[in-house]
Design a protein around this ligand. Structure first.
Ligand code: PMP
Ligand code: GLN
Length: 383
């Protein structure tokens, strides 16, 4: 059987590869982004209670009303933005699915989508699976800010969308209000749709804040904003997320969603709806503590940190004082020889560009981070 080549990515996603390598070598897994600590007991209890109480059949196609309302209230409180839960919010099985669905709702063969690289690894395959083409604009080390002239130069009559990710995986960079304004200037006289991947919206540190596309009225009118509960409540394995978009965009999104997944895990929706109304410690406070703990320990190693991650739960580090191996080889060596798994940043570039950087995930118990850095401290000599 000849299977069609739906996209250009070869092999298995780096997150699966590195997590498997970590397991094989019994390494501490700071590669794939997921917390290694328990979720809030009230949330796991609520999931069990929802199942026990009989919320086990199909939920409404767009999501459980109580959850959509809780999301609207949360965004009103945090961004002072009015969102209609009925016409603007759709619950999804995670953000990866929401991104794919949004692309499928708008793309036709031959369309182009601007992708800022390094980029999360599902974007380009998702674009290509819809017969469209990714047009790459690089973000440049060390700050990974946007070169607006290059974005503007990349626009053609075929440009259908631009996908944005802030806070940014893998670099931890965050967009300012001004970045959104510059994007608005560039797309003003076009029909370009914005996909705003804001899964780390609640993970911004040092007293800074996340600026959402939803706060820029002009952009909001042409955007799909995509979110993941996994990054907020430490339950990445639940695969629960949502899409916020204006009514016309939401209708297009649901036209695909109803035949792709139809509806999302019912007890999880009830549990999350209830949890959203509770007082919880802000996740950025917890993660900033972990980032600071990790970075202060890392000072005793040969890794170099250009700047602390401003957001997300990832920290980029250089290893030029240790090795000049390509980053994939270095990450493999580090896992095998020193028992710490990371992600090579070249995996976020379609052309495999190698800045000799690796990504650590610090969403881990303090003892996990301490043990990992103890291992990293033993790397004394260049290889
Ligand atoms: N976008 C980015 C930038 C991510 O890091 C992740 C994490 N997996 C996702 C989307 C997908 O989130 P989910 O697990 O909800 O599919
Ligand atoms: N978002 C997480 C990461 O970047 C997990 C991604 C995945 O496993 N597909 O590591």
């Amino acid at each position: 059987m000849q299977f069609p080549q739906k996209h250009s990515a070869t092999g298995t996603t780096i997150f699966t590869v590195m997590s498997a390598l970590a397991q094989q070598h019994n390494a501490i897994n700071l590669s794939q982004g997921f917390p290694d600590f328990h979720i809030d007991e009230r949330l796991s209890d609520a999931l069990g209670a929802a199942a026990a109480d009989g919320f086990n059949q199909y939920a409404p196609m767009a999501g459980v009303p109580m959850l959509k309302q809780a999301i609207a209230t949360s965004f009103k409180n945090r961004y002072d933005t009015d969102i209609d839960p009925d016409t603007e919010i759709t619950i999804t099985p995670g953000a990866t699915y929401a991104i794919y669905t949004a692309f499928t709702a708008i793309l036709s063969p031959g369309d182009e989508v601007i992708v800022l690289e390094p980029a999360y690894d599902s974007y380009i395959p998702n674009i290509e699976m819809n017969g469209a083409k990714a047009v790459i604009v690089p973000l440049t080390a060390p700050g990974f800010g946007v070169d607006w002239q290059r974005v503007s130069d990349a626009i053609t009559p075929r440009t259908k969308a631009i996908i944005i990710n802030t806070p940014h995986n893998p670099t931890g960079a965050i967009w300012s209000k001004r970045d959104w304004e510059q994007l608005a200037d560039i797309v003003r006289d076009t029909d370009i749709t914005i996909l705003a991947d804001e899964v780390y919206e609640q993970l911004v540190f040092d007293g800074e804040r996340h600026y959402s596309v939803l706060e820029n009225e002009e952009l909001r009118a042409r955007s799909f904003a995509l979110y993941s509960f996994g990054k907020v409540y430490n339950n990445t394995g639940w695969k629960m997320g949502f899409c916020i978009a204006p009514p016309e965009y939401t209708q297009a999104f649901r036209r695909i969603h109803q035949f792709l997944c139809f509806t999302v895990n019912t007890p999880a929706q009830y549990a999350l709806a209830q949890h959203l109304t509770l007082d919880t410690t802000p996740i950025h406070t917890i993660m900033q503590g972990k980032r600071d703990h990790f970075l202060s320990l890392l000072k005793g190693t040969l890794f170099t940190i250009h700047e602390p991650a401003k957001g997300s739960y990832f920290q980029i580090a250089g290893y030029e004082r240790i090795s000049n191996l390509p980053d994939k080889e270095f990450a493999t060596w580090l896992t095998r020889e020193h028992g710490v798994a990371t992600i090579p940043v070249s995996a976020f570039y379609s052309n495999g560009k190698d800045d000799k950087l690796i990504r650590f995930c610090f969403a881990k118990k303090e003892e996990t981070l301490t043990e990992a850095v103890n291992r990293l401290m033993k790397i004394a000599l260049p290889i």
